[in-house]
Write a protein that binds this ligand. Structure first.
Ligand code: SF4
Length: 233
C-alpha cells in the first residue's frame, strides 16, 4: 500500500501544472488523445472551425454529471480512510509529462477519470461512463481508461496495486436506459495502450500527417462531414 496516496497524487498534479506553466509546456487532454483514434483529421477540422456540443452531447453531459459529479476532496481525509483500510470513491486530476527525445518536445497529458475506486484501502478500479444509443464498448474507451492508469503509474512509479488495477467501462444506453459494464485488467492492456498512445502522440507532435477515417459509418455521423473534403461518403 502507498502511504498518503491521495495527498501525493494531488501534490504531484499541482507540481506538474506549475512546472508546465513555467516551462511553457503545452497541455493535451486524455480525452483528446483517445477521441483522435478513429480520425485524426477530425481534430484538425475541430481546431480550424471550432466545435459546438450537439443537443445529444449536452444531454449525455447532463446524465454524466448527475451520475458522476466532480467533487472536491480533502486529501488528508481521504488518506485517513485508506489508512484505516476503508473503501473510497473519488475523482482526481491526473497527468504526466510526455517527452519525445527525438524532437526534444514535452507535452503535459492530463485528465479526470469519472471515478477511482479503492477497496479495503487499496487502489481497485478506474471507471469511465459513456452515454450512447447502443451498448458498444469502443477501443477509444479502453485507451482512455488505460491512459488514466498510465497517469497514476507515472505519477507514483512505486505503487504496487497498479498491476491488479481494473479498468471499467460503463455504457448507458440512452434509448432504453440499460447499463452495460465491462471490466479489463490494466496489466493485460498496458503495452497495447502505450503503443497506441505513442503512435497518436506522433500526430499531436506534428511528426506525421493526420490519419483519416476508414469508416463510412463514422463519416456519416461526423459533425464536420459538410466541411470535410476527405470524407468517405
Ligand atoms: S467526415 Fe470522416 S474523414 Fe472527415 S473529419 Fe469526419 S470522420 Fe474524418
Amino acid at each position: 500500500m502507498y502511504k498518503n496516496l491521495i495527498s501525493s497524487l494531488v501534490e504531484k498534479f499541482s507540481l506538474l501544472v506549475d512546472f508546465s506553466a513555467k516551462n511553457r509546456i503545452p497541455r493535451i487532454f486524455v480525452s483528446d488523445i483517445s477521441s483522435s483514434i478513429y480520425c485524426e483529421w477530425r481534430k484538425i477540422l475541430e481546431s480550424k472551425f471550432g466545435f459546438e456540443a450537439t443537443p445529444e452531447m449536452e444531454r449525455g453531459l447532463r446524465i454524466h454529471n448527475s451520475l458522476f459529479p466532480y467533487e472536491k476532496i480533502v486529501p488528508e481525509e481521504a488518506d485517513k480512510v485508506l489508512e484505516a483500510k476503508g473503501d473510497l470513491e473519488i475523482t482526481l486530476k491526473l497527468g504526466f509529462i510526455w517527452e519525445d527525445f527525438q524532437i526534444n518536445k514535452k507535452v503535459l497529458i492530463s485528465g479526470i477519470p469519472d471515478r477511482i475506486f479503492f477497496e479495503s484501502g487499496r487502489l481497485k478500479r478506474i471507471s469511465e461512463l459513456k452515454t450512447r444509443k447502443n451498448q458498444d464498448v469502443y477501443v477509444s474507451d479502453i485507451i482512455q481508461c488505460g491512459l488514466y492508469a498510465i497517469c497514476i503509474e507515472r505519477m507514483l512509479p512505486d505503487i504496487v496495486e497498479i498491476k491488479d488495477l481494473e479498468l471499467e467501462i460503463k455504457v448507458l444506453n440512452v434509448v432504453d436506459q440499460s447499463m452495460r459494464s465491462e471490466i479489463f485488467f490494466f496489466r493485460d492492456l498496458k503495452q497495447a495502450v502505450e503503443n497506441t498512445v505513442s503512435d497518436i502522440m506522433d500526430f499531436w507532435l506534428g511528426k506525421r500527417e493526420p490519419k483519416v477515417s476508414a469508416s463510412k459509418n463514422l463519416c456519416s455521423l461526423c459533425y464536420f462531414r459538410t466541411l470535410c473534403d476527405k470524407k468517405l461518403i
